[in-house]
Design a protein around this ligand. Sequence first.
Ligand code: SF4
Length: 393
Amino acid sequence: MTTRSDPTEALPTHRPSPPAPSTPLLSLRGLSVRFRMPAEERDGDRGGRRRGTAPPRYVAAVTDATLDLLPGEVLALVGESGCGKSVMAGAVLGLLPGNAEIAGAAMAGGIDLTTADERTLARRVRGRLIGLVPQSPGTHLTPVRTIRAQLEEAVRELHGLPRRTPRGRLREEAERAADRAWFPLDHLDAYPHELSGGLAQRAATALALVGDAPVLLADEPTTGLDRPLVERTVDQLRLLADQGRGVLIVTHDLAAAERVADRIAVMYAGRIVEVAQAREFFAGAGPRHPYAAGLLDALPSRAFTPIAGMPPELSRLPGGCAFAARCAHATDVCREGVPALLTPSAPGPAATGTGTVPAAPASGAVACHHPLGAPAARPRPKPPAEDLEPVHD
Ligand code: SF4
């Protein structure tokens, strides 16, 4: 079997200035997701008590997330696996299992995605308001159909075209979507297994672009890719944002986030614990939350020092700060109360506002009783010289 390689040149990687504040394309307000789990059988239950009489358990996958995604912006939602970021993405697309209970709001195009019914999500949201760039294009694409056939089907569905639409119209729209994702038109008649990883990713991105969705949600788009391909994949997302879309990248890959993001939101144990301008976070004053600082220090290009300990189980969160057991700065106050997400200049909770819709946290917001201070107090290791060289195909 031959695998077709990516024939295109490396993408440009220019970094525009962050966009001016404007109306958000996606707004999360106090979004929380709990999974109701079967009650645990306790010691002695088998003896006489019937199973199911104990109270149900809940997994607190996402708690009180408040964020805005702006046009032209790449927002990277980062954190370790299992911290709740993919659940948050699933909540936005209405793709959670039946035992999920959602509170708060997620607004896009005037629709609250948390309360919309399946028909609304299928006909007005998925692909039209929010395009999904999937984690593994290999499983997202249908193996027995060519990329062209899959794009044409998506065109018919998302543009609401009748069955007897002239083939030329479908063809034209499919090629337009392929072109926008930098998928080479002479590969459109290939089957997914004939494509390289990079082209499969572009094919999946083309599918996400068929409906001209203003928001792209990329859920771990670089998983399993080698570094050059990671860079090209996120560079494409950057370019799609530069065309005016809002791009939310859900990732555990901080190096990829550093390459393309305008802003960073850090999640730990289901909560957003820091929101920062990417420039400040990676190259300026640095993270203010000890967990976020630990994530950066774990990078091979930095201190290469993993964070000690393990995250708490989301079904057994501690009463205070969930990071306290792993945090070198923890004090008694940390174990007593969950810190609110605060901005440095505003002593009140960051997620307050006027009217009925609270504001999203400003960049620089941190949920910590003892946030880290100036960079001089925490020098960061210099990257090795070889990491400074760009990597190309
Ligand atoms: S609140 Fe306390 S335990 Fe939590 S991250 Fe801040 S200093 Fe560490």
